[in-house]
Design a protein around this ligand. Structure first.
Ligand code: FES
Length: 165
């Protein structure tokens, strides 16, 4: 009767064969490598700034000629209405002062309406009805160096301060 285990252990190994020790060393090195890589990724994520990159608060609204007198134009990516009356221009926030829904200009009823809880505002942002606690804020609007309209959402102004162009 032969002992298979002893026989195979006594066999000389060639250079291409991997011993059990080599295999375990390679496996351990691989495991440490993966763990090290994970530690590097987690450290990088921890050290990199956790900031939100929002669009700039100042934006160009184009040339004044784009806006007819007595018009309300919604600038979707800025959530602002550019309102032009015979007195001049207003930049009115489109964000409802109740719970922050985006309002919509309703040309058929000549008002800005909030779809969430029914607040309504005049075209200049003055509150008409609904649960909104106050009128829509006005942002500073000016003429830029290139002659276009420049709106600064960081600066609110009193309603009624129209920009004359
Ligand atoms: S969010 Fe506009 S009425 Fe409630």
């Amino acid at each position: 009767m032969k002992n298979m285990g002893l026989e195979s252990a006594a066999k000389p190994t060639s250079g291409a064969e991997i011993t059990r020790r080599d295999f375990l060393n390679e496996a351990a090195a691989g495991a440490f490598g993966i763990a090290g890589l994970g530690a590097v990724v987690v450290t990088y994520q921890y050290l990199s700034p956790n900031a939100l990159f929002e669009p700039p608060m100042t934006f160009h609204a184009g040339n004044a000629d784009l806006y007819p007198i007595n018009s309300v134009t919604y600038i979707q990516d800025q959530q602002v209405y550019i309102v032009r009356t015979a007195d001049g221009f207003y930049a009115v926030s489109a964000i409802c002062t109740h719970l922050g829904c985006i309002t919509q200009w309703k040309s058929d009823s000549n008002c800005i309406a909030c779809p969430c809880h029914g607040s309504k505002f005049k075209s200049d942002g003055t509150k008409i009805e609904g649960p909104a606690p106050r009128s829509l804020p006005h942002f500073a609007i000016s003429v830029s160096a290139d002659g276009g309209l420049l709106v600064d959402k960081m600066e609110t102004v009193k309603p009624g301060q129209a920009l004359k162009v």
